[in-house]
Ligand binder design. Structure first.
Ligand SMILES: [Zn+2]
Length: 107
């Protein structure tokens, strides 16, 4: 079975994102304008971390801000992978309960 909607960890901010709502920054990086954020080109990014403009002046993407389809959960960067069933899995513990690792904003 092909899983076409799955969760992944943004390589920039570490939040949990859904592939259905995320940009194609890893697979089609050249369609975006990376000016000023070249170090992120080709990474798998959440909607908030992705470029707000298309390359070649083709206008605005839907990205550059969080989509608000679900709450943005920040997780320890680089500690999660997408597993076979499309869930986020902690690399060391194997836990799919990623919310227990949520990093709450300091206030
Ligand atoms: Zn992000």
């Amino acid at each position: 079975m092909v899983v076409d909607m799955s969760l992944f960890q943004c390589e920039c901010c570490g939040c949990c994102e859904n592939t259905a709502l995320a940009p194609m920054t890893r697979y089609l990086p050249d369609i975006y304008d990376w000016n000023g954020m070249e170090q992120l080109k080709g990474k798998e990014l959440c909607s908030a971390c992705a470029p707000g403009h298309f390359a070649d002046g083709q206008g605005f993407t839907d990205y550059g801000e969080w989509h608000d389809q679900f709450p943005r959960v920040f997780l320890p960067k680089g500690m999660f992978k997408t597993n076979r069933v499309g869930n986020l899995e902690h690399i060391e513990t194997g836990s799919e309960d990623f919310r227990q690792y949520e990093i709450k904003p300091k206030s």
